[in-house]
Write a protein that binds this ligand. Structure first.
Ligand code: NAD
Length: 253
């Protein structure tokens, strides 16, 4: 149910079963957005869309698109525009890490991390921003990371930290440019969140040691992040722009 104009939220990388993107798609649908999911994995994107539509009674569309491919992004957003209400929110969630020590990072790995995290966010944002500005409403969210603020750690690595830090500058600059058009642009910087990225890749001992360093004394849930994104995409959140929202249990105080 929605009290605001019917609008669509685009969430990239929301196919992943236990990921932040899927939880975000649910949170935005619960807040009244129709939802479009773009993911590399077509079946996963369609699966999220079915789940969101069934649970929240909104329209939902799952599409295959590599966010680094300009033509694929253009085609996918074209499909969204043809099938669903106007795009009111974009969550640039698709991302990859590079848990590689600096001395072992290859130029190809560096480039791919920047392609998915930065170029991907650029291409999708570029494709939807002018429509938002013309309609005088938009909510754009970038998924940065605590790695951008305090350095990589086990899942980060230098390329990932650099790419996630690039998004912070991107978001602030775009917030200035689009502010007068009613479009807000913010970054969310999660700490360690319980997803496929973190699951099964840590020994129990390592996990316990990491949790001991987090003031909240737990790993974050995808819902912790999705809640903040949903808050930022509310129509009422128009005075929140150009900021970075930490969701890290206090791990970067
Ligand atoms: P995840 O790996 O579970 O999901 C990422 C999704 O992105 C996958 O569905 C994947 O198919 C999709 N994807 C990857 N490359 C793509 C591309 N080129 N085009 C389209 N889709 C693509 O990840 P997650 O843990 O849910 O993380 C989501 C976002 O949050 C990422 O940007 C990540 O860097 C960021 N983040 C995660 C954590 C964490 O602890 N999990 C912490 C900080 C930031």
């Amino acid at each position: 149910t929605t009290e605001h104009t019917p609008r669509t939220a685009v969430v990239t990388g929301a196919g992943s079963r236990r990921g932040i993107g899927r939880a975000t798609a649910h949170a935005l649908a619960a807040a009244g957005y129709h939802v479009a999911i773009l993911d590399l994995d077509k079946e996963a994107a369609e699966d999220t869309a079915r789940e969101v539509a069934a649970r929240h009674g909104v329209e939902a569309l799952g599409l295959a698109a590599d966010v680094t491919d300009a033509d694929a992004v253009d085609a996918a957003i074209g499909e969204v525009e043809a099938a669903l209400p106007p795009i009111g929110a974009l969550v640039n969630n698709a991302g990859i890490t590079s848990p590689t020590r600096f001395v072992d990072v290859t130029p190809a790995e560096w480039d791919r991390v920047f392609e998915v995290n930065v170029r991907g966010s650029f291409l999708v944002t570029h494709r939807v921003a002018s429509g938002m500005a013309e309609r005088g409403f938009g909510r754009i969210v970038f998924l940065s990371s605590v790695s951008a603020e305090r350095g990589g750690g086990v899942f980060g690595g230098v390329a990932y930290s650099a790419a996630k830090a690039a998004l912070l500058g991107f978001a602030r600059s775009l917030a200035r440019e689009l502010g007068p058009s009613g479009v807000t642009v913010n970054s969310v910087a999660p700490g360690l969140i319980d997803t496929d990225i973190t699951q099964g890749k840590l020994s129990e001992e390592r996990k316990a040691a990491m949790v001991a360093e987090i003031p909240a004394r737990r790993i974050g849930d995808v819902e912790d992040v999705a809640d903040v994104i949903a808050f930022l995409t509310r129509p009422e959140s128009g005075y929140l722009t150009g900021a970075t929202y930490d969701v890290n249990g206090g791990s970067h105080i």
